[in-house]
Design a protein around this ligand. Sequence first.
Ligand SMILES: NC(=O)c1ccc[n+]([C@@H]2O[C@H](COP(=O)([O-])OP(=O)(O)OC[C@H]3O[C@@H](n4cnc5c(N)ncnc54)[C@H](OP(=O)(O)O)[C@@H]3O)[C@@H](O)[C@H]2O)c1
Length: 229
Amino acid sequence: MVLPCDWGSALDVGIIGGTGPLGSALAARLAASGLSVVVGSRVREKADEVAERLRAQWSGLETLRGGENDEAIRSETVVVAVPWESVVKTVEPFTRLLAGKVVLSLANALMKMGSEFSAIEVPRGSIAQLLQSTLPESQVVAALHHVPARELANLSHPIEVDTLVCSDFPEAKERAISLLGRVPGLRALDAGSLAQAGAIEAMTAVILNVNQRYHARSSIRLTGLEGEG
Ligand SMILES: NC(=O)c1ccc[n+]([C@@H]2O[C@H](COP(=O)([O-])OP(=O)(O)OC[C@H]3O[C@@H](n4cnc5c(N)ncnc54)[C@H](OP(=O)(O)O)[C@@H]3O)[C@@H](O)[C@H]2O)c1
């Protein structure tokens, strides 16, 4: 059974694995937009250090703090920002506490063979679907797969990329789209149900290969949508 989501008024976000490049960048962007954000970690001190570093680097991040992952998961919206191999094992202990919450999945299951990145086939078709099956009472939304952490981390300029967002729960998807829309320049687009997550995750390998070839940090920007978003 899927519990109704608690759309409480307090907007807060907890990031499991928030100490990594993507989690910490997202934490800083969301805190800069006025949200309360917990940078989660397996190690409290590491979370505190990262939160302190971000607050020292950028002004206006007073609403950002560190905490263990089990504090991060108490937030209204929870982001799982750990490596793909660790996603299931990391959230499993929190299954009950995550019931009824919106949970964002960002992970890309990739491997490098020689100099080329390839997507890895995972059970259920994608990491996001695997996460949804691990958290049957949560509302998983897949997003941010193509957003380069280094660009997201630079709060001095808008990021100017699109992110494809999918979920089996329309309200949760809208919630995530509006959350991500707080990041300057990031256009979050509704890409359908969670069945689309496999294609979105796999596309990351293609983008990384292009970036290697052209020594770039490109992402995606869809054309023909001017005025939308
Ligand atoms: N980097 C990017 O540009 C980018 C872009 C799009 C999507 N993504 C996806 O976003 C996710 C995070 O990316 P990232 O580059 O920030 O990852 P990362 O640095 O490899 O890992 C993020 C955090 O996960 C925790 N972690 C590491 N190994 C773990 C394990 N075995 N079990 C539990 N937690 C573990 C660590 O936090 P603690 O040690 O503090 O617990 C680490 O700081 C990945 O799934 C990636 O595919 C990344």
